[in-house]
Design a protein around this ligand. Sequence first.
Ligand SMILES: *[C@@H]1O[C@H](CO)[C@@H](O)[C@H](O)[C@H]1NC(C)=O
Ligand SMILES: *[C@@H]1O[C@H](CO)[C@@H](O)[C@H](O)[C@H]1NC(C)=O
Ligand SMILES: *[C@@H]1O[C@H](CO)[C@@H](O)[C@H](O)[C@H]1NC(C)=O
Ligand SMILES: [Zn+2]
Length: 472
Amino acid sequence: MGASQEMAAFWVLCCALFTAVSSYSVLDEKLLFQRSLAEIARVKSTTDHIIDFTVNGKGQNQTYKRLAEFVDKFGSRLTGSQNLENAIDYMLNTLRSDGLENVHGEPVTVPHWVRGEESAELLQPRSHPLAILGLGYSVGTPPEGITAQVLVVRSFDELKARASEAKGKIVVYNEDFVSYGTTVAYRSNGAAEGAKVGAVATLIRSVTPYSIYSPHTGMQDYQDGVPKIPTACITIEDAQMLWRMSQRGEKIVIKLTMGAKNLPPAQSRNTVAEIIGHKYPEQVVLVSGHLDSWDVGQGAMDDGGGAFISWQALSIIRQLGLRPKRTMRAVLWTGEEMGIIGGQSYWERHKGNITNFDLVMESDIGTFTPLGIDFTGNDQATKIMKHLVGTLLTSVNASKLSSPAEVSDVPWWIENGVPGGSLINANQDYFFYHHSNGDMMTVEDAHTLDLCSAVWAVVSYAVADMEDMLPR
Ligand SMILES: *[C@@H]1O[C@H](CO)[C@@H](O)[C@H](O)[C@H]1NC(C)=O
Ligand SMILES: *[C@@H]1O[C@H](CO)[C@@H](O)[C@H](O)[C@H]1NC(C)=O
Ligand SMILES: *[C@@H]1O[C@H](CO)[C@@H](O)[C@H](O)[C@H]1NC(C)=O
Ligand SMILES: [Zn+2]
């Protein structure tokens, strides 16, 4: 026991005596908090070692090298594809050879959408090829394509106001980018809203704040009772050009050809690996990211980075010969891009064990320079986590704690009381690359990935090694 640990133990005792006069629940709360502070102080020398190993030592560049090898080998990994299953097999083998425990796949039935051949061409007022990417779940066009006049609108409101002009046309949305959360409604609902007013297809300006002529794909939702019409995204540049042409009163005609198909569901797997806890093996700290991607680029950023820092968090602990009190579990989700299929399946399968889930973490919003943790939990858990990141992550400049956690694969756990965390990172350029051919390894940086892995390993290890579970 080091001097700082003795001090911490002494402080716990003092605190216990000092608070003995207050009520039991307040006493419990204060005791737990003081004990947590002592636990955080106790693990600091170990987590400093984790950081040093990852950022300056033998672990340096490891996340980048592993991720680059993976995405260069498999490329993109669309839900339902054989290529994704090959990539999952590779990960299962690799996690086993890395010395992790209880490595296995958990079956998930997933949708199987295929893009097929696709193209679009402006025929009037002049001939010009349009870069497109069909949207997930879109139906295709007849083999000869759809040739139709175009109605360009800037919003759903404008579409409603001009509904009488939409029948038989290809509706083009040239909506401004406000934020991903707001603007993505055009990608999600553009086809259904167009079909309601009689459109034969929809083309949607890509949901990104910036473009060098890049189409950005993603999922869209048809609505029950509304005809399913083909739908694709186009570039900001083309959407704005079509809008300018329409404002000048020019007649616009586009030919759209899409071979997209929805095939019968396929079998996939969530990929799981663990370091089994030595004292509370049934209790779990979960770290996660998704292995599937869109069928463009390499899925290096979305979400290769998140998946690989989650592997790395466990790998580093194993390489250092450490074993925390409770189990660290990495789950690499499948089917995220087609509707959080793996995350939901995992919740259904494991929710019976919710009392044993201490903390659920997910990284799916970039692995750029890490700044801290976004956290959802009760006041007491938030106080403990604030102290944890403030104490253990200052040396990597990632000591910020804010709320709420930003997650897509683990919301059910958090809604049902399990504390949740996500990675705050300098991801202001995330949507430049998102769901586009630009999502390649070039977006990732070796040092930045080291820092992200260090943050992920430190937080998950420290929480897994504390005597008490986080309050909830
Ligand atoms: C990591 O990459 C940097 C930059 O290329 C290099 O200087 C450093 O030596 C590498 N470290 C290891 C351990 O390979
Ligand atoms: C729930 O936890 C128990 C005890 O650790 C374990 O035996 C069981 O396999 C777990 N069940 C699930 C569905 O994870
Ligand atoms: C943290 O920030 C300081 C000041 O900006 C900088 O000198 C240092 O290199 C940063 N550390 C890391 C690990 O990025
Ligand atoms: Zn993602």
